[in-house]
Design a protein around this ligand. Sequence first.
Ligand code: PEP
Ligand code: MG
Length: 585
Amino acid sequence: MIKLKGIAVSLGIGIGKAYRIGQEEVTVPKRKIGHEEISREIYRLEEALIETRREITSLQKKIFQELGFDHSKIFEAHVLVLEDRVLIEDIIQQIKNKKVNVEFAFWTSIKKYMDTLLKLEDDYLRERVNDIDDVARRVLRKLLKKEIVSLKDLKEKVIVVAHDLSPSQTASLPKGNILAFVTDVGGRTSHTAIIARSLGIPAVVGVEIGTKNIKPGEKLIVDGSKGVVVVHPTERILKEYQKKSQQLVKARKAFHIPKVYKAQTKDKKEVDVSGNIELPEELPLVREYGAEGIGLYRTEFVFLGRRDLPSEEEQYQAYVNVARRVKPHSVIIRTMDIGGDKFLSQPQVPKEMSPFLGWRAIRFCLAQPEIFKVQLRAILRAAAEGEMKIMFPMISGIEELRQAKALLEECKEELRREKKNFKADISVGTMIEVPSAAMCADELAKESDFFSIGTNDLIQYSLAVDRGNEKVAYLYEPGHPGVIRLLKHVIETAHKNKIWIGMCGEMAGEPLFAYLLLGMGLDEFSMSPPRVPKVKDMIRNVFFQDAQRAAEKAVTLSTAKEVEKFLQEELKRMLRNEYERIVLT
Ligand code: PEP
Ligand code: MG
């Protein structure tokens, strides 16, 4: 038995056989051809390209119906490869001049093409290598008359294991047959993670020592809540997880209460529980799990995976679509958080030594007002059609907030002059995710309508722990006294200034910490939608007064371990036999 540790990106437990995809080594035969065979080989190339194009178009349609426009757009890049005249000419020249078979000519040209892209500084183009590899394999299989090993034809359910999954692979997998995903690369916001979450399939990415130790057909357990993959489990472990998985399924069924029920404690303290989304395709899940609105809409996904910047109209359409669908509940839209681990192809940003401390989020936006204002205008217009609030990420002090607000005012003025419909009195929130912002909360609160704490970053910056680095992951502790004292300060300061305060970092979705935050007086909890029912159930089973007392005590403790142990004991006492279902599963 081996236990692999990775990043938990989509909740749930998957138990089944490993199915490896994407890394099959391709062996392409080389054959000398005679002069008379040249035209036949070129004809075969054209046929294969046409057939592949047909195959991709129908896949694109299917994805469009199942997952919507944003996911289906992924295939545009594939079609472009098939239509690339320079590439096609290169293959034809090889067939003609070197007198080699089409398969060999095709594979040699495509590899040259991919090698060139891999050497480029342009992130977008380098990322496209995956798409090219994907489409090239499709063409090659046609030429070699080998059928694509299609997961569609699988008779049994499997756990998909891959070094990486190209967007087209992930999107075209048949949901019904996938028990879980495991990949070597990727983070919480990688494409695999997003799709896994939107499909509700358990997933672990960024597996520390890689998936190379997993053989096809091997029994696996994937714990998407803890980020653990057990390879070849012992009978005892298997039984343990089977029990856990059954409990989870039972618990999920119990959680599926159709009507939205309030997040209210036994002594009638009510808070808001909302959902985080990256793409509009996740909206049905938000409703299904009973979240009341959107506490964080990560707009950077509107910008990623494309060569150009989305126009104001495109952005407006994307945002208004979300606003209308969530109405009458509210949507907190976060302006783009580019940089860190998410980069645009245009404008090109030079490589940085410490991207998380570099040109990211509001810093990037304030330096590029012509890009930022397009988004602000689109948001202001969309906000007129629903309940939309705006918030700025990575604010480190009052000057940045003032600059961002000044640009927002400029946009309002422009829209007014252009006689366009927009929401003039949109609420403006500040994300508290930089320690200096937490310490200067008093100044920021005076000029903000609300706060939303981004603990994913606040923890990484407070504890100096890279949130994506597995080696220091043990130091990433939400319960660290340094973190919870900072949270207490920010919540109290917000209330002193009479503004409401929420949290959209992952911490808000963990019942144990949600109990602490409830006691500290947090007003809104926003999380990935599948976490909503548990947090709501926790809140409905406790007394606010107890939570307040627990929070007062927790901040006096000296280590994260003590804090967690204390909260566990408290909640065990409060929840009794509901504890395991709500906190542990
Ligand atoms: C956070 O930092 O907690 C947050 C919600 O933002 P993101 O995860 O997108 O950085
Ligand atoms: Mg953040």
